[in-house]
Design a protein around this ligand. Structure first.
Ligand code: LLP
Length: 862
């Protein structure tokens, strides 16, 4: 190994999107200037403009059969437009390459197929043209940029027996430190611009490094120049714990070991090409991943730093379009050479095998489309040859789901719940990598998106303050769309009042009753819902209860204490507007509620079985478990097999029999699936299910579809569309005109009405983490610690000042989980400042405690 120290070179690789628009090029220029200003020598390696390689590929197909001039014109136009947008003339290099392309294309007419040599040459022109534009643009800004033909620097390795196609279109290059190249470039300009994706072979022919090969080019150059680092600039700001385009909660992985990055890249993450890790790893060159459109974000650093060794799933990766080939032969057991013969057939067809699982009579292997050109003819030919050895079955399209992280064997015991997700899925193949870095399942492709989301929810559990974990994709994009109309947030306008409160109280919950009113009235306007109960567990503050009742809502309680509070604080409320929904409560509580005359929901057979006399002549509602739970966190999903709530539908008959025997009448069906739900379908499905059961109960009048309406944690998220919910429920109830429909939301009514104010006590910088300590923590607001919940946090004292620091906000409680927010952007914050933690009106004070004998924040209504 050779140290990377001492070299002034830094290799900056930019992908297609980064170099396709003038706006992105301005960012590229700034990045390059910053490196030069740091005393570094940048080597810029970049791709073709987005879509050009595909066009060139398409052009080859058209050229064989007809006239490809329209495609050529379009390619020319794209480069000319970009040059114009950049304020430069179309570079002569581009004009020459286009002329050459036109000649090549003309010569292809009447041929039957395009040879790999020509294909490589034509596809290479995308990078060649783009880099001419790039170099001329950087020169036009006064930078001393020199254009380098990568084919004079990267030489393809010869592999004995290598498949011919691979050697031209998917070549690998020697990447040992290259003093001659370094000397040549040292004498060139301040910065060098060259192509990704292309190299040359010993015959001087152009070869390609495979699709996505520009990352590999960057790594080869970094290794050859012993660069200080390789920076890969792309359109996502780093590597994430899942594909952020389909999992908005995917977390940025700020630091990864080469091994882990390799595994994530090899298992379907598109951000880095898997081949680019080896060269930088071999020479211990750190690799940074950044986003060109968001150059200020910290990105991912991939290096040899050991990192925490604790077993942890860091990413859930998906690869689609996988074909499985299953080989069955009763004779293979103990048969010498069966595998050798079988794999020789794969080799003969130029196919590389990815995953393998074996039994005594069968072997299943997967073919990865990224590594194989899998047209049906190739697969047919493979099957034909394999059939001479054994029975062959081709299965596909499949997807592989990989859990990636170090010491993955160490967490197998935690995967129990994850395996349950596969209950109804056929798993074709399971493989645990020998390097202990991944655990992979191959399933039907159609199931992949759903399962990956669920596995991510279940298994990505970032440790608080662990430097590996950065913000989520959603959080990173929050600032761009930020803040809802200020009119919807009540507190900025009342800042002075809030600061005055904080001067008197170092920690206080403050509630704005006008917001409570507005939310209660919005629910009251749902035409499809006959009665809305406010679930008081979210916030049972007496003034809030009175205000909500005054707005026309009924109240739902879950304990004797809550019922007593309602009876005491809202004494005029009609008793049938109080609903009691206990769970595993003692007999006394049911007795109390029935004597008090409030409505009662049962969610178990036990009370009817053992205390039937209580229910004699009473009307009861039954809470049904619809079999699916929903919500923002596992702990708040209150339905499904693993939840303690509700009577499963298969027990309803028995429940009805017991109710009849006890002399009780079932007048309502209820289901509440969870909390923090944003999909209208949740309540539609519940309404349909419950209304569908109505026929079984002669006395049925009410369908209660539960609460759970989500409130966006971040300003960037859209709220649930209440009008859409209303319309969808109206459509269901149109079929059930005799039934009343109820709902029982809690959070929606109060979350945004409350803020938690906390005065800054102390500051601390530790390693890379900057802690801002405040006067109260998980004893007042446990949601971040318990559910990883996100509450917006602002420095109220310095409202509107630019946020220039990334901080973790902690309380004074003796637990490492005592954090109110991690990685938050705040303006420079000082002792005595007041932080405001937003959306704290629901499940804030209600869940507070005196842990450590620290009184939670007091409550103030304004
Ligand atoms: N109905 C029943 C039967 C419930 O169990 C709940 C909440 C609700 C209605 C009201 O749900 P909401 O509309 O507020 O989502 N502590 C958690 C929430 C737990 C909710 C428990 N049940 C949190 O802070 O997110």
């Amino acid at each position: 190994m050779q140290s990377a120290g001492g070299s002034p070179w830094v290799v900056l690789k930019f992908g297609g999107t980064s170099v396709s628009t003038a706006a992105n090029w301005r960012n590229v220029a700034d990045i390059v200037r910053a490196r030069v200003a740091d005393g570094l020598r940048p080597l810029v390696v970049h791709s073709a403009l987005t879509g050009i390689t595909d066009r060139l590929d398409g052009l080859l197909a058209t050229a064989l059969s007809g006239d490809a001039s329209a495609e050529l014109d379009e390619i020319e136009r794209r480069h000319a437009v970009l040059a114009r947008d950049l304020g430069i003339a179309t570079p002569p290099g581009v004009i020459l390459i286009l002329a050459e392309l036109r000649r090549t294309v003309a010569s292809l007419k009447h041929l039957r197929e395009v040879g790999d040599r020509t294909r490589a040459q034509v596809l290479a022109s995308g990078e060649l043209m783009a880099t001419h534009v790039g170099a001329d643009f950087l020169k036009s800004l006064g930078l001393d940029a020199v254009w380098l033909d990568a084919r004079t620097a990267l030489r393809a390795e010869e592999h004995a027996g290598r498949h011919e196609k691979a050697s031209k279109l998917s070549a690998t290059c020697d990447f040992s430190p290259d003093a001659a190249l370094r000397g040549r470039l040292d004498r060139a300009g301040a910065l060098v611009v060259t192509q990704g994706f292309i190299a040359s072979d010993s015959a001087g022919d152009t070869v390609l490094l495979g699709r996505g090969g520009s990352d590999t080019s960057g790594a080869y150059f970094a290794a050859k120049l012993s660069a200080q680092r390789l920076e890969i600039w792309t359109d996502v700001p780093g590597m994430f714990s899942g594909n952020p385009r389909s999992i908005p909660g995917a977390r940025l992985l700020q630091a990864l070991h080469y091994d882990e990055a390799q595994e994530i890249a090899s298992n379907g993450a598109k951000v880095l090409h898997p081949r680019c890790i080896l060269p930088v790893r071999q020479y211990a060159i750190p690799l940074h991943v950044y986003a060109t459109q968001m150059p200020g974000l910290c990105g991912t650093v991939v290096s040899g730093a050991p990192g925490a060794s604790a077993a942890q799933v860091k990413a859930i990766c998906v690869k689609k379009d996988i074909t499985l080939v299953s080989l069955e032969s009763p004779g293979m057991w103990h048969q010498v050479g069966f595998l050798a013969d079988a794999f020789q057939v794969f080799k003969d067809h130029g196919l590389s095998v990815d995953l393998i699982s074996t039994s005594e009579t069968s072997v299943t292997v997967s073919l990865d489309p990224a590594a194989n050109a899998l047209d049906p003819a190739i697969v047919d030919a493979l099957v034909q040859d394999l059939s001479a050895l054994c029975r062959v079955q081709v299965i596909g399209p499949c997807a592989s789901l990989s859990l990636v992280g170090r010491n993955i064997r160490g967490i197998l015991h935690d995967l129990g719940e994850a395996f349950e997700l596969f209950e109804e899925q056929k798993i074709y193949l399971v493989s645990q990598a020998a390097n202990d870095l991944n655990f992979t399942f191959v399933i039907d492709e159609t199931q992949a998106d759903r399962l990956v989301q669920q596995l991510h929810d279940l298994l990505i559990r970032p440790g608080q303050g662990d430097p590996v974990w950065g913000p989520t994709w959603e959080q990173l994009h929050a600032p761009a769309t930020a803040a809802p109309p200020a009119a919807e947030r009540w507190w900025p306008a009342r800042r002075d009042e809030l600061l005055a409160i904080a001067r008197e109280n170092s920690a206080a919950y403050v509630y704005d009753l006008a917001t409570v009113d507005a939310r209660a009235r919005a629910l009251g306007r749902l035409h499809s819902i006959d009665r809305v109960f406010y679930a008081i567990k979210a916030n049972p503050h007496p003034q809030i209860l009175r205000r909500v009742a005054a707005a026309g809502l009924a109240l739902e309680c879950v304990s004797q204490g809550e019922v007593e509070r309602v009876l005491r604080e809202v004494p005029d409320l009609a008793l049938d507007r109080i609903l009691f929904t206990p769970n595993f409560a003692s007999r006394d509580e049911y007795d109390f509620a029935l004597s008090a005359g409030v409505r009662l929901t049962l969610d178990n057979l036990h009370p009817l079985q053992y205390w039937p006399r209580l229910f004699q002549g009473r009307e009861i509602i039954v809470r049904v478990d619809p079999g699916f739970g929903r919500g923002h966190h596992q702990h708040v999903r209150t339905a499904g097999l693993h939840s303690k709530f509700g009577v499963p539908t298969f027990e309803l008959e028995e429940f009805a029999r017991l109710a009849r025997a006890a002399g009780a009448r079932i007048v309502g069906l209820h289901a509440h699936n969870g909390s923090g739900i944003f999909s209208v379908s949740n309540w539609v499905e519940t309404a349909e299910l419950l209304a569908g059961l109505a026929g079984r109960f002669a006395d049925l009048r009410y369908i209660n579809i539960g609460g759970g309406i989500g409130v966006p944690e971040m300003f960037s998220r859209s709220p649930l569309d209440l009008a859409a919910l209303d319309a969808a429920i109206a459509a269901v109830r149109a079929h059930h005109p005799k039934l009343e429909f109820w709902m029982e939301p809690g959070r929606y009514v109060v979350a945004e009405a409350g803020v938690l104010l906390a005065v800054v006590t102390q500051l601390k910088g530790k390693g890379e983490v900057r802690y801002v300590g405040v006067a109260t923590g998980m004893n007042s607001l446990i949601r971040p610690a318990l559910y990883g919940a996100w509450h917006e946090i602002v420095n109220l004292t310095r409202l509107g000042e630019p946020a220039s620091e990334t901080c973790t906000i902690v309380g004074p409680i003796c637990e490492s989980g005592d954090q109110l927010g991690t990685d938050r952007a705040l303006p420079p914050t000082e002792e005595g400042d007041v932080l405001l933690i937003a959306n704290a009106g629901a499940y804030g004070h209600a869940m507070s405690s005196h842990y450590n004998l620290r009184a939670p924040a007091i409550e103030i209504v304004i």
